[in-house]
Design a binder for this molecule. Structure first.
Ligand code: EPZ
Length: 449
């Protein structure tokens, strides 16, 4: 397995482009199952989660070709359904990526039946899918659990039937659950109302693509989405929205190293809760063009700090609240703030695996249930640490960039799930970060002489 070896204390400088969003691209790829026409997606990031989804779609009869050779041109992914006889998303793929669940709605709506392995939990929590199933049952699906698989059939193996469904759970709405029900409803008979829908920008991007394919959807981005079912959907050529979580991660990288970075293709309009907290911490996010002249989801901005980081309170919430996917990165930043910060995790109560590793690097964090109190320290120190889940690992990279000495981050395959060539991109703005095979480092995680 690969590790990252990071020499901390370097200032960063230069420009980074924000890639297409992983969490938008996954349901967009799944939506190609809804049509017999060709679908082209641009700026799909090159990540292991994306490759897993493409492998799954290949098994479900989708022909895929990707091109990203041309310098400065957006990558192109062309998809076309060539065989609709398969409807089983097998365990060995679903278990490696629980987001495979987002093929459930599209296959059921298009093929009348679907079998998807029940996704397991993961490092950040149990990850139930009861709301997905509630939503599809509301559209008439007959759902049973057989041998660890979700088996769903449309009534009389025909079309789903539009209805009203409440998708709220104990932690608010469900992003992929909303994607599943909204996608399925596009081909249902009649009107579907999704109450307590997820408002995330990735849902809006999916709705925009579905509308371009001929779906009739209003209200995406609000808690109430209304879908008028149609008989068929056509093809589309769609550009994936930029990744607001990657953007927030790079903003924290500039802040934690007291550097100035320019970000391009940055979805500032989709990350006001994060930039609000950055400004409160003393980090300046300055758009370099007038908002009105540019797509507010694809702006250029400069990140800078006054050198002093102020403590703040952060509570993760559904969008437009502070995103849980930036909690670990901001916690790493707050380890160096001048005072005590409080971070409360309301979406995934167990999402604190980064705390123990940050503590190994000299931070002072005390967790009480779903709240952590971070007492700022003057300096973090490099250490061998263990990546656990995608965003916790990103938090460790940020801490390592600001630490005195060498950090070795083990199991970086977690990072490769959500950040494309992270080491190359950070090195391009001055970080000392290298990918090595773990065999090249000593058992305690440092490099052999
Ligand atoms: C999406 O996961 C994202 N993944 C996650 O990002 C993100 O953390 C999450 O939304 C919340 O914003 C993708 O988009 C691929 P949820 P999703 O269903 O849709 C509970 C990353 O790092 N819940 O919105 O699976 C659930 O347990 C990943 O990029 C139910 O109770 O998350 C959680 O507490 C990690 N029943 C809350 O709702 C259900 O049926 C939100 O989960 C579904 C969810």
């Amino acid at each position: 397995m690969d590790v990252f070896v990071i020499e901390g204390g370097r200032k960063l400088a230069g420009t980074l482009r924000i890639n297409g969003s992983k969490n938008a691209a996954l349901p967009l790829l799944a939506a190609s199952l809804l049509t017999d026409e060709p679908v082209t997606l641009r700026d799909v990031p090159d990540l292991s989660d994306i490759r897993n989804m493409e492998r799954l779609l290949g098994e479900l009869g989708v022909e895929i070709e990707s091109h990203n050779e041309e310098e400065n041109a957006l990558s192109t992914t062309r998809l076309r359904v060539v065989d609709q006889s398969e409807f089983h998303a097998r365990y060995d793929i679903v278990r490696t990526m629980r987001a495979s669940i987002c093929v459930l709605g599209p296959i059921l709506a298009k093929r009348g039946q679907v079998r998807v392995s029940m996704p397991g939990g993961c490092a950040i929590g149990q990850r139930p899918v009861d709301l997905h199933l509630r939503g599809l049952e509301a559209l008439g699906a007959i759902i049973t659990l057989e041998g660890g698989d979700i088996v769903a059939k449309s009534p009389h193996s025909g079309r789903l039937i539009g209805d009203t469904v409440f998708l709220g759970g104990p932690f608010g709405s469900t992003v992929l659950g909303t994607a599943n029900v909204m996608s399925a409803a596009t081909l249902a008979q009649g009107t579907t109302i999704i109450e307590c829908a997820a408002c995330e920008p990735e849902i809006v991007d999916l709705a925009n693509m579905l509308i371009a394919m001929g779906a009739q959807i209003t209200g995406a981005g609000s808690p109430r989405i209304i879908i008028e079912g149609v008989e068929t959907l056509g093809g589309v050529d769609h550009v994936v929205i930029p990744d607001r979580i990657e953007a927030g991660t790079f903003m924290c990288a500039a802040a934690i190293t007291n550097s100035t970075l320019t970000l391009t293709n940055c979805p500032l309009d989709a990350m006001m809760s994060a930039t609000d907290r950055l400004e409160a911490i003393g980090v300046h996010v300055d758009p370099t063009n007038q908002r009105s002249t540019l797509d507010p989801l694809r702006q250029t901005c400069t990140i800078s700090t006054s050198g002093k980081l102020k403590p703040v309170q952060i509570t993760t919430q559904p969008h437009p609240g502070f995103p849980t996917d930036l909690q670990a990165q901001f916690m790493a930043l707050l380890c160096l703030a001048d005072g005590n910060s409080v971070v409360t995790e309301k979406i995934f109560p167990e999402r604190f695996l980064h705390v123990a590793e940050l503590t190994r690097m000299g931070s002072s964090i005390h967790k009480h249930g779903t709240t952590a109190v971070i007492s700022g320290v003057k300096q973090l120190t490099g250490a061998p640490v263990m990546a656990s889940d995608l965003r916790a690992s990103a938090g460790l990279v940020l801490a390592a960039l600001a630490s005195q000495g060498t950090t070795v981050i083990n199991r970086v395959y977690h990072i490769d799930r959500g950040y494309e060539r992270l080491e190359d991109r950070l090195a391009s703005v001055g970080a000392s970060i290298r990918r090595m095979n773990e065999k090249e480092t000593t058992p305690i995680g440092f490099m052999t002489e």
